[in-house]
Design a protein around this ligand. Structure first.
Ligand SMILES: [Zn+2]
Length: 450
């Protein structure tokens, strides 16, 4: 029996964007039908001409709970997601304590997330030196794949791996049919750059930019392409920034290697030349680079080299951002923006002549596929979860602290005027956000472990 219907003049179906009605039963989409195919008596949400599309899937979120819940947590992160039209997040294995590098660590995380989530939450595991024996049990318990670092991760309990560690872990991940997510910076060029920084002002963004040169990413990616080819293990490059590495990534994809990459709204929006002195809320690793680099990244988004866009939401306490001293070199690196991915990207895409179909592909379908959720998420189609966002693509709003649901309100998008207002978000057919408020009496999000 059809329990409810959502319709609009602009529904993003798998075939077209236009008038349609989405029929929902048991938390899933039963069918997508003609706009006026509404059986009498069925509850109807008529979204007028607002866009009705699959909720965004954000495959790169650091929730930080348990252990660093003062940085962010399941309640606040998933409320921010709901308010931003993100109906599924995939949590990163680090910054929580314990990290998700052992079965025990994952069980602790699942227990701490239970009953708190406004949207659905899936989980990445982690690869650290010596934990290869944990990978199969973690997959069995439900992680979607594994993240590793090739350089210090920022937290000591999640050590980075070297090529020799990967030669042990990657064949195992390949055997498990899983995927390795890689923070692609290697230490060599960063260590070499450190010597040239003496005497430079740590409040200037350029000092920080010099400390994380493109070569560090380029070398890491070259290594990962080689290991991908040798082991056959699926590789996904997270938060890609260096445009110099795009030609080799294009060539690797053309060769048919099982390789994907993501970038983040901040790399596509900001430019190093425009970051004010002391504005440490713009600090992340790898860094936001020059304007010219950003334009090359946009070419890669347009030609499909960059497969998807995710937030890399990685907040911390305001104190760790060292706002007073404005010291880029010592401040925590991580940008908080989970709630604003959809409007930030829509504002960008519109300016560049791209459309809602691209938005859906980059922020729903492709991240769902990466996380192995493409049998249930990322599309409005029969059998998929009724995770749906209704939003107005013409309306504007300004990012002000009062509307921010993240635990901490510091974000580089502060004060920006964005196009695209999320009106209603559904998770499994239930409303989780409407009229500017998160519905919080009964968190509806599920923990995805199957
Ligand atoms: Zn991250």
């Amino acid at each position: 029996m059809i329990e409810q219907i959502i319709r609009s003049r602009r529904v993003v179906t798998t075939l077209f964007i236009g008038p349609a009605s989405v029929h929902i039963s048991n938390g899933k989409i039963a069918a997508v039908r003609e706009w006026d195919d509404i059986p009498s008596g069925t509850p109807l949400t008529d979204a007028g001409s607002s866009v009705v599309m699959p909720g965004n899937v954000d495959a790169h979120v650091h929730v930080n709970e348990p252990g660093r819940t003062e940085w962010e947590g399941y309640v606040t992160a998933t409320r921010a997601a709901a308010a931003g039209g993100v109906t599924t997040i995939v949590d990163m294995p680090l910054n929580s304590i314990p990290p998700t590098t052992t079965l025990g660590g994952f069980d602790e995380k699942l227990a701490s997330a239970e009953g708190k989530c406004s949207v659905d939450v899936a989980f990445w595991g982690g690869v650290v030196p010596g934990n290869t024996a944990e990978l199969a049990p973690l997959i069995e318990r439900g992680v979607r794949g594994f993240k590793c670092f090739l350089i210090h991760s920022g937290v000591d309990e999640f050590p980075h791996v070297t090529e020799s560690d990967l030669r042990i872990a990657m064949p195992e991940i390949e055997r498990l049919g899983s995927v390795l997510l890689v923070h692609a910076e290697v230490p060599g060029p960063i260590d070499a750059a450190a010597a040239s920084l003496a005497g430079l002002d740590p409040r200037e963004y350029d000092t920080f930019l010099r400390s994380r040169p493109r070569e560090s990413e380029n070398e890491a990616i070259s290594l990962m392409i080689r290991l991908c080819r040798e082991t056959g293990c699926r590789v996904h490059i997270v938060h890609h920034s260096s445009s110099d590495a795009l030609p080799m990534l294009r060539a690797a994809k053309k060769e048919g290697l099982p390789l994907t990459l993501e970038t983040c709204p901040h790399y596509l929006t900001f430019a190093a030349e425009e970051v004010p002195d002391g504005a440490t809320h713009f600090k992340c690793c790898p860094p936001v680079r020059e304007r010219e680099n950003r334009e090359r990244l946009w070419e890669a988004v347009t030609d499909g080299t960059i497969d998807m866009i995710v937030s890399d939401h990685s907040p911390c306490t305001p104190a760790l951002k060292l706002q007073e001293s404005g010291d880029f070199m010592d401040a925590w690196g991580g940008i908080a923006a989970l709630q604003f991915g959809l409007p930030v990207m829509w504002t960008n895409l519109k300016e560049r002549g791209l459309g809602i179909a691209e938005l859906t592909r980059l922020m729903s379908a492709q991240p769902a596929k990466l996380a192995g959720l493409d049998d249930r998420k990322g599309k409005l189609a029969a059998g998929f979860d009724a995770d749906i966002v209704i939003w107005n693509p013409e309306k504007q709003f300004t990012v002000v602290p009062e509307i921010i649901e993240h635990r901490h309100k510091l974000t580089p998008y502060s004060g920006m005027q964005l196009v695209g207002v999320v009106e209603t978000a559904f998770v499994g057919g239930a409303i989780v956000y409407q009229n500017g408020a998160v519905v919080s009496d009964m968190p509806n999000g599920r923990l995805i472990t199957d």
